[in-house]
Ligand binder design. Sequence first.
Ligand SMILES: CC(C)(COP(=O)([O-])OP(=O)([O-])OC[C@H]1O[C@@H](n2cnc3c(N)ncnc32)[C@H](O)[C@@H]1OP(=O)([O-])[O-])[C@@H](O)C(=O)NCCC(=O)NCCSC(=O)C[C@@](C)(O)CC(=O)[O-]
Length: 381
Amino acid sequence: MFTSRVARSLAASSRIRLARTAYAKAPILRAYATVPISESDPDYVTIVEVGPRDGLQNEETIVSADLKVELIEKLARAGLTHIEAGSFVSPKWVPQMEDTIEVINKMERLPGRHYPVLVPNMKGLDKLLETLARHPKSAPSPPPTDEIAIFSAASDVFSKANTNCTVAEGLARLEPVARKALDNNLQVRGYVSAVITCPYSGKVDPKKVKDVTKALLDMGCYEVSLGDTVGTGNPTSIYTMLDAVMGGAYAIPPSKLAAHFHDTFGSGVANILVALSMGIRTVDTAVAGLGGCPYSPGATGNVATEDVMYALRGSQYTYPGDLETIADIGAWISEKLEKENGSRAGKAIQARKKEAALMKERERDGGDVESIAAHEITPLP
Ligand SMILES: CC(C)(COP(=O)([O-])OP(=O)([O-])OC[C@H]1O[C@@H](n2cnc3c(N)ncnc32)[C@H](O)[C@@H]1OP(=O)([O-])[O-])[C@@H](O)C(=O)NCCC(=O)NCCSC(=O)C[C@@](C)(O)CC(=O)[O-]
């Protein structure tokens, strides 16, 4: 476990070095690079980009495998280190993820990156292991993935709707899955859904969240991501839930937790700041705020990657990836999906870029330079 954490932070370090070189060379990026990035920073925040899985699983129209591949590759090249690439769930339940095998085989795999996939049961794991077995050990590229995510919930009704079994039945089903994955050198991450509200049965008891989190950690998950699936959480309820999970008997340390907050009521970023202030250093986000949950009516996307990155600018927290490039990807995928960009920071960055391009054009055409200077786009704060 410790080794894998060290490996992650080393991978992040080499990426950070590359990012620094890129910033030094590119003046337009320098304007965004005001946060000094330290390689062994205790305030380094791992961003797990879940847009290609949590986001696209919720699209009404099925997105092509090629577009998914392009999205994942763009996100990895933009410096993100953890990108959820799909899921090995039943296509009868979530047809949007049916092509995950094709996606993970086709996509470019950059060294030092992790491309976890969701696995609900032994059938899903076996399908993944078959795929991995076909990857030659001598191949120059890394294998399609080195990590799975298993998922449960803090509500029986939600669990039934999502996985056709109660929480206890689901945990019993997941235990051998986690063991077999670990035996096959895969890292295992856990999810608990509905940590604040269940879309069917209402308010959730934080004690239930803690019990399920502990069960997943006991199975060998290196970390458990706490899902505010419906996105009803606000800073107070998130604090109360995390305080209960991290305190009392068998307190769970923040290093074992991640924040996975949907942004339905617009509190996603504020909730993440609460989680960070309580010591959590891994957050799940989705480019352009893609996402939702098929079994959680009304839930909008995950908190947008761009919004979180913007909120952390100038703070003690550092993170992987380049905000401006991610904002471009957010605009690009929103256009491809013909939907509104769900990131407010992303939209603002795009608007500023458009304005700057317009100024340049006017300058080239011999416009009034004084008025151009007066309206010059100032760097981001
Ligand atoms: C768990 C099951 C499979 C149980 O579903 P079930 O219907 O009870 O399973 P079953 O064993 O009776 O199988 C039914 C059919 O599915 C097939 N099947 C069975 N398993 C697989 C598999 N792995 N891969 C491919 N096919 C599979 C199986 O072979 C069979 O096919 P048939 O014989 O009828 O032709 C189903 O309920 C399921 O796939 N659920 C997943 C739902 C899902 O993906 N939800 C979204 C992800 S969770 C999430 O988004 C929340 C999260 C993580 O983001 C955090 C948060 O925001 O809270």
